[in-house]
Write a protein that binds this ligand. Structure first.
Ligand SMILES: Cc1ncc(C[n+]2csc(CCOP(=O)(O)OP(=O)(O)O)c2C)c(N)n1
Length: 367
């Protein structure tokens, strides 16, 4: 086990005091330790590629090596600027990567999508010629420090891999704060109860999909079918668009604010090309709830103006349970491409199930 402050101290000692990244549950203690830093020291990015790029910019202006944190699933988002800008044979920009290693072969059980990425994470780093340390205990920090010194001297990229349960839990447990109030279980239950047969739902990575699956099972609601985006964060709306264009049935996209912001450009494609059978629902809790509740800052966005300027014809908003059924039905019966923002509280269900029989879920969805 490692105390996250010893890792931060080591980085600071080596003159790296600027952090940027996308939150990850494995690294939530790191997020917690950074949460009160000013924006000169810590930026929560919307995608891992942006985080790498913010880090590159930081280096160009300060000559100091930035620290970029991410889950290994986001390593693929990071690849473009890592290879095409920062790589030794391009601009040779020194960077320090802290990577949460879901699905590590050393961990007994993880979800299918993490097992696939976990197995090839080291191979990806090797392919990129990135030196790395697997940090499991205090002596590993020394090895990592040596690699950092080498990277600084040689203007190269260095990484560490951190598995689940490596970072010690902080004693002062900070409770996740709700930004909005509406209970998601109430909203989702009312929504799926209002759907007609043959309606399809495509839902985003993290709690949205797990809550939907839980509620469907708990209340045994069988009138519609779901495709859970267990990975591919940020691509929910694109899958929904691709699906909806070749069917007459209603296709509901249930997205998260973190997920929407990760590939915000996709919503423009939706606004341009979607038909009226596609209904886009944003579950806005202003947080990356699934990985520790870090802020997304989505509360500052005027989704009415944004969605309209991106091609949606109608905008609806729900922020409490008053007339919930009526409001949902009004949205669902719109004859135009429409956007619904639902201002929700964080998840309140303990022990959420995880979609695991994925091929069965796909086959059921495609029936
Ligand atoms: C590419 C990628 N980066 C990071 C993650 C880790 N991750 C899983 S869920 C999640 C937060 C999603 O936030 P949001 O869409 O707002 O949904 P919420 O968690 O609030 O329900 C993150 C960052 C991931 N799965 N994939």
């Amino acid at each position: 086990m490692i105390n996250v402050s010893s890792l931060i101290k080591l980085l600071n000692k080596n003159k790296s005091d600027f952090f940027t990244g996308v939150p990850d549950s494995v690294l939530k203690e790191l997020s917690a330790a950074l949460q009160n830093q000013s924006k000169k020291k810590h930026i929560i990015a919307t995608s891992e590629g942006s985080a790498i790029s913010i880090g590159i910019g930081h280096y160009l202006s300060t000559k100091k090596v930035p620290v970029i944190y991410m889950q290994n699933s986001g390593l693929s988002n990071a690849l473009n600027p890592l290879i095409s800008i920062a790589h030794k044979k391009v601009y040779s920009i020194p960077l320090i990567l802290i990577i949460g290693w879901r699905g590590s072969p050393n961990i007994k059980k993880d979800e299918p999508q993490h097992n696939v990425k976990g197995k090839i994470t080291e191979k990806i780093l090797k392919l990129l010629n990135i030196k790395y340390t697997i940090i499991r205990s205090v002596p590993d920090l020394k090895k990592f420090e040596k690699q950092i010194k080498f990277a600084k001297k040689n203007n190269s990229i260095v990484a560490c891999l951190i598995e689940q349960k490596t970072l010690e839990k902080s004693k002062t447990k900070s409770k996740k704060k709700d930004f909005y109030n509406l209970n998601k279980e109430i909203f989702l239950k009312t929504l799926i109860n209002s759907l007609k047969k043959n309606t399809k739902i495509i839902s985003s990575t993290g709690y949205n999909s797990r809550e939907l699956m839980y509620i469907r099972e708990k209340y045994n609601i069988k009138n519609s079918k779901d495709f859970y985006m267990v990975g591919g964060m940020g691509h929910t709306s694109s899958v929904a668009l691709g699906y909806s264009l070749s069917t007459k049935h209603k296709t509901i996209c249930i997205d998260g604010d973190g997920s929407l912001l990760m590939h915000l450009g996709s919503i423009k494609t939706l606004g341009t090309f979607a038909n009226e059978n596609l209904k886009y629902i944003l579950m806005n809790n202003n947080a990356h709830d699934s990985v520790g509740g870090q802020r997304t800052y989505a509360n500052k966005i005027n989704f009415n103006k944004l969605s309209k300027s991106l091609g949606f014809k109608k905008f609806h908003i729900i922020s409490n349970k008053k007339n919930l059924k009526e409001k949902i039905n009004k949205f669902l019966s719109e004859r135009n491409i429409s956007f619904l923002e639902v201002k929700v509280a964080n998840n309140k269900i303990n022990e959420l199930p995880r979609p695991s029989n994925l091929i069965e879920i796909k086959n059921e969805f495609m029936k």
